[in-house]
Design a binder for this molecule. Sequence first.
Ligand code: FE2
Length: 424
Amino acid sequence: MFDILITGGTLPDGSVADIGIKGDRIADVGQLGAAQARETIQASGDLVSPPFVDPHFHMDAVLSYGLPRVNASGTLLEGISLWGELRDMTTVAEMVERAISYCDWAASLGLLHIRSHVDTTPDHLRTVEAMLEVKKKVAPYIDLQLVAFPQDGLYRSKTGRENLIRALDMGVDVVGGIPHFERTMDDGRLSVRDVCEIAEKRGLRVDLHCDETDDPLSRHVETLAYEVQRLGLQGRAAGSHLTSMHSMDNYYVSKLLPLMAEAGLAAIPNPLINITLQGRHDTFPKRRGLTRVKEMQAHGITVGWGQDCVRDPWYSLGTGDMLDVAFMGLHVAQMTHPAEMRRCFDMVTAENARILGLEDYGLKPGCKASLVILDAGDTVEALRLRPARLAVIAKGKVISRSPRGDASLSISGRPAQVRRRHKV
Ligand code: FE2
């Protein structure tokens, strides 16, 4: 007897199967039609996917758009400066409330794993206090992984390094950094070495905001790849953004990508934000700023799409829907071949799970019983429609349901066929 039985779902690989859940685990996957269950959900061809995973977010700033005022220039630097004011004005309770509202949206969209950077710059560390509280509160449905992020620089801010260590001592999971924001290229290089050594000593993962600039000479990713292989952090490190790679010399990149692959360094571009913030100093042609996604993948580098921001000093929009993130990434990286589109779906699910090091993620027996049922027939259709999440199951419990988004009748009286099953 299962607690929940999902029948006839289309899995991300295109196969059709039933999924039986007992407690908080997937107990069986296959043809289970005759099995008994306390609750049966008929997927009938609907896409059943492991939950969405966001590998790059800023939960301490979420839903603060317009506070203390809007970002008039639209630049990264004005966003950092606005946030610098806001983080000292806002209370723990306000940050917790905004973050919980966001987590409720996110969960209803099937986003159940989030890696969030938390600003460790201010000496009061209310940001860290608030996010640790959020992590505890949402644990029944969202796994929140926190990164100690010295927003104003590990060295550029007087207490940057000290506060990053304090945050790790408070229980933050991952070591962050921002080498391109340090005072000099050399300080940036030293900061990368320093945070990698901290991670190695503590047995933690590393995820740096790295080269988030249009300057082709911002090459901290090279140092990151070097330190990761030197310290044996292969498979446990990620470079977020890497937008300078968009503008780098092609010969240099042909040397860089094999180094990144050798180091097992993952890349986390954030297409909604990169396409919005980068190229702001350009006239025309304006650079897109997104890093070299397909080229990294061709070298065997794991690349996951991240969201970065939802309604905060850097970005005025956003919904928590990782399909929006993948949709933008697909366009900007020109990943339009069917295999590339399917990969874009994996880049907000399984590939991101690998970057976060999630061990019991997936739809196999023994995995955590967390999944989302979408009103779409396959992963490409999910990207095209960004449809209703018919049901979201987190750790064995149905936490959200949405009605099917049936198409309205067309002029002819037939249902309009915008959706469903033009398989390639
Ligand atoms: Fe970020």
